[in-house]
Design a protein around this ligand. Structure first.
Ligand SMILES: Cc1cn([C@H]2C[C@H](O)[C@@H](COP(=O)(O)OP(=O)(O)OP(=O)(O)O)O2)c(=O)[nH]c1=O
Length: 621
């Protein structure tokens, strides 16, 4: 097939497209590629905030989609395909990532945001080469992304509503399809049109050319790494394994898009790039959107914290929608400043703004009001009043150590327990976080064989109550400092099973530990250095009867951790740097610690997005 020499290199391989998108299937089959379609089951729910750029998010999602299919196919038939292609398309505007709308209202919100403005469409692509090595799947990933800029006209509300009623937006990123009715919304496009539709064919072909047709030594075209080779570059188009090169040439830098971290190091760009027609154009570095977002990120956090502190979300939950002037009156603040804060919250996706005024988004109703079941309001207020202040001394901590950085404010315990008010602030923050993760921790393993448990450092008892709810035979003791247990009463849920949870004051480093079959350490160990952790585990080990257990929950990385989670956990050492004490540990390291202290049959399980749980059983001494 002369028209698609590069695509031809894949003709004799078993290629799988890990996508249900009819657009991607059409683009690739129109280009002459033969492939099997196996839609990925990877849930597109990576934490967006943990990526430095929107493109990094799209690339990681594409990679995870492809790897999920490769693993599933290998597991099923013990034979993976030769190549799996994954892709993910997102729309970004003002730092927000828009994916497929969940309902008509969501589509309306997205399209209103895009109305009259320019936005970017990123498609991340992963080309995964698979091979079988002694029954184990081996993968090599090449990934890249492409960015296209799209400008919407000024559109009337009526038109947007009519467009949404057509049903077209629902399965498309950003809520529109440029290739169909949505084309009428678009004033202009800069970049690859097919990239918007879901697959950057041109960039893909360039990557294939790098992989399968590396330039021969002395080839003058060698410098033109980014161009698709002209048809006559290939003498033998039926060459199955790639024109003369044995190994695929991983790496290389894309045109408007680029490589993501995790690929091979980029090759040094030539002084000029050549476009497909051979005309030279000035190479401009990609716009550093992600970096700029990081530079400004602290303002976004502060806006969220401040709105929480001023109870904006509480007021709007109870009385919204409200105009800025009314909100200002209710929170006792200046109208002009409140207006700006509300604008910022709307831009961050925390509030909706309509003609009727501001109202909470679903996430704000769920997590940012102060008294909801899943409230993180306490965490926001604690971060604002304690953690924010601590992080302003990060430079001092890096240079002179944690002591200097903490200065007069004292150790963590001294600061947290200096007054009932600060203790409660801390407890509210921990309560919100624990409630968010308690169910996942309680159910990561079947703990029904235990009838007594002791949650060491169990704070408000959020996890203890979840354990008692999940395992009706279980009696749970929460063991925490007297400053904490004294205030725990105010956090107890109404109703059932509270009689199965009791609070005992004490210090787990010095006081006798309550007897229990199962000891729980949830988000405790990362606060302590190795010597303290050993001391604590040896105390637990000597109290624990053979057959008893220890359950450790931490934001610990797994071995083959997806990059997103690894990045998210990558910020933890900063906290340790400032507090000068603990450190994050991997799941494997936690398992080894338990083994060292006499626990066997150590197993690890994920607990939701954030935590890993490690369970060990006390062996007979
Ligand atoms: C912006 C835009 C997106 N889209 C589509 C491309 C993608 O199919 C979709 C974005 O969602 P994706 O999550 O990238 O893909 P998908 O869910 O359709 O398929 P899969 O996850 O199985 O790979 O939006 C258009 O068709 N036209 C457009 O103008």
């Amino acid at each position: 097939m002369v028209l698609c020499p590069v695509i031809g290199k894949l003709l004799h391989k078993h290629v799988v497209l890990a996508s249900a998108s009819p657009r991607r299937q059409e683009i690739l089959s129109n280009a002459g590629l033969r492939f099997e379609v196996v839609p990925s089951r990877f849930k597109e729910k990576l934490c967006k905030a943990s990526f430095p750029t929107p493109s990094a998010y799209a690339v990681e999602t594409a990679k995870q989609k492809a790897l999920e299919v490769a693993r599933r196919m290998h597991q099923k038939d013990l034979r993976a395909p030769d190549v799996v292609i994954g892709a993910d398309t997102i729309v970004t505007i003002g730092g927000l990532i828009l994916e497929k709308p969940v309902d008509k209202q969501d589509a309306y919100r997205m399209l209103s945001r895009l109305n009259g403005k320019e936005h970017s469409v990123f498609t991340g692509v992963a080309i995964v080469h698979c091979s079988d090595r002694d029954g184990r799947l081996h993968t090599e990933v090449l990934d890249f992304y492409e960015e296209t800029t799209v400008k919407f006209s000024e559109l009337s509300e009526e038109l947007l509503r009519e467009y949404i009623d057509s049903g077209e937006p629902m399965d498309k990123a950003g809520g529109y399809g440029i290739q169909a009715l949505g084309g009428m919304l678009v004033e202009h496009v800069r970049g690859d049109f097919l990239n918007v539709v879901g697959f950057p064919l041109n960039h893909f072909c360039k990557k294939l050319a790098q992989l399968y047709c590396p330039p021969r030594p002395g080839d003058v075209r060698g410098a033109e790494r980014d161009s698709i080779p002209a048809v006559d570059t290939f003498e033998d188009l039926s060459d199955l394994e790639g024109g003369g090169g044995s190994d695929p040439a991983w790496g290389g830098r894309g045109g408007r898009g680029g490589e993501e971290a995790g690929g091979a190091p980029p090759q040094a760009p030539g002084p000029r790039d050549a476009d497909l027609n051979g005309a030279a154009e000035e190479k401009r570095p990609p716009f550093p959107t992600g970096l700029l977002e990081l530079m400004e990120g602290f303002k976004a956090s502060k806006a969220l914290f401040t709105a929480c502190k001023l109870n904006v979300f509480d007021v709007l939950r109870d009385q919204g929608p409200l105009k800025a002037v009314d909100i200002a009156r209710k929170i006792n603040a200046s109208v002009c400043r409140t207006g700006r804060l509300l604008e910022a919250c709307a831009a961050l996706g925390l509030l909706h703004k309509t003609d009727a005024g501001y109202s909470n988004t679903e996430a704000a109703d769920l997590h940012l009001v102060s008294d909801s079941a899943h409230s993180l309001h306490g965490l926001a207020v604690y971060n604002d009043s304690h953690v924010w202040d601590l992080f302003t001394h990060l430079d001092l901590a890096a240079r002179d150590g944690a002591e200097q950085a903490r200065g007069a404010s004292g150790t963590k315990a001294e600061r947290l327990f200096q007054s009932a008010e600060t203790t409660l602030l801390f407890m509210r923050a921990m309560h919100g976080l624990s409630k968010l993760t308690a169910r996942d921790v309680a159910t990561a393993f079947d703990l029904s064989r235990f009838t007594s448990a002791c949650d060491l450092g169990g704070c408000t008892g959020a996890l203890a109550h979840e354990l008692a709810r999940e395992y009706p035979r279980l009696q749970v003791t929460v063991f925490d400092l007297p400053d904490v247990t004294e205030h725990a009463r105010g956090f107890q849920p109404d109703g059932q099973r509270t009689e199965h949870v009791r609070f005992v004051p004490g210090d787990f480093f010095t006081d006798a530990l309550p007897r229990a079959q199962l000891y729980v350490l949830s988000r405790v160990l990362h606060d302590w250095p190795d010597d303290r952790v050993h001391h604590l585990l040896s105390r637990i080990s000597s109290c624990c009867e053979p057959g008893g257990g220890v359950l450790v929950a931490e934001a610990a990385a797994m071995e083959e951790e997806e990059a997103a989670a690894a990045r998210r956990r990558g910020l933890q050492p900063l906290g340790a740097l400032l507090l000068g004490a603990g450190r994050p540990r991997s799941a494997r390291e936690l398992g080894q610690l338990l083994q060292r202290h006499g626990f066997r049959d150590v197993r690890v399980a994920p607990a939701g997005d954030l935590l890993r749980v490690v369970l060990g059983t006390r062996a007979a001494p």
